[in-house]
Design a protein around this ligand. Structure first.
Ligand SMILES: O=P(O)(O)OC[C@H]1O[C@H](OP(=O)(O)OP(=O)(O)O)[C@H](O)[C@@H]1O
Ligand code: HPA
Ligand SMILES: [Mg+2]
Length: 175
């Protein structure tokens, strides 16, 4: 069977939900500056769209953590491939992720970042797959809860492809 992508969350629904999240975050951080941390590579599309919908002052930094390699299963080994440029001390940090799946990546990452003494630290994810959780992670903002399927698009890849799809999809026809 040829590899195809079935739409799970259409582009319009993603855009609408990101706008709502931006409004909620703007209310919750009223009078503050929010320091967005993008978890590369997957978080980059969501972070750009979310940042445009936040009306309080925003600063941004980027880091890259990898545990999936090119497959569909987490190796359980989380590596920092690129660290943040700036310190977190005294900042109101909001980590922006594409997906929380097993929870391993964020469990590990939040533990490291908490040691850098942010004033506050919250987590915002576009997608959450609660059924797959292995490590307990507190998620403050969720775009969509999704079923246990391997998804692509809006930053999410399968073997590094499909990140650029403007919707969330499920790849069919792969083993
Ligand atoms: O909850 P988990 O099971 O840990 O999975 C979630 C993480 O896995 C993916 O990243 P990946 O390591 O594939 O790197 P990428 O963002 O560069 O694709 C995704 O972007 C999350 O960061
Ligand atoms: O469902 C997924 N798709 C792509 N990358 C991922 N990383 C964790 N879960 C997923
Ligand atoms: Mg990935």
């Amino acid at each position: 069977m040829a590899e195809t992508v079935k739409v799970l969350v259409p582009e319009e629904d993603v855009a609408k939900r990101i706008k709502e999240l931006g409004e909620q975050i703007s209310k919750d951080y009223a009078g503050k500056q929010v320091h967005l941390i993008c978890v590369l590579k997957g978080g980059v599309f969501f972070m750009c769209e979310l940042a445009k919908r936040i009306t309080v002052p925003v600063s941004m930094d980027f880091m890259s953590v990898s545990s999936y390699g090119d497959g569909t299963k987490s190796s359980g080994v989380v590596k920092i491939a690129k660290d943040l440029d700036e310190t977190l001390e005294g900042k109101d940090v909001l980590i922006v992720e594409d997906i929380i799946d097993s929870g391993r990546t964020l469990y590990y990452l939040m533990d490291i970042l908490a040691k850098r003494k942010p004033k506050s630290m919250k987590l915002c994810t576009l997608l959450d797959k609660p059924e797959r959780r292995v490590k307990d992670v507190k998620v403050d903002y969720v775009g969509f809860n999704i079923p246990d399927e391997f998804v692509v698009g809006y930053g999410l890849d399968y073997a590094q492809r499909y990140r650029n799809l403007p919707f969330i999809g499920v790849v069919e026809g792969v083993e």
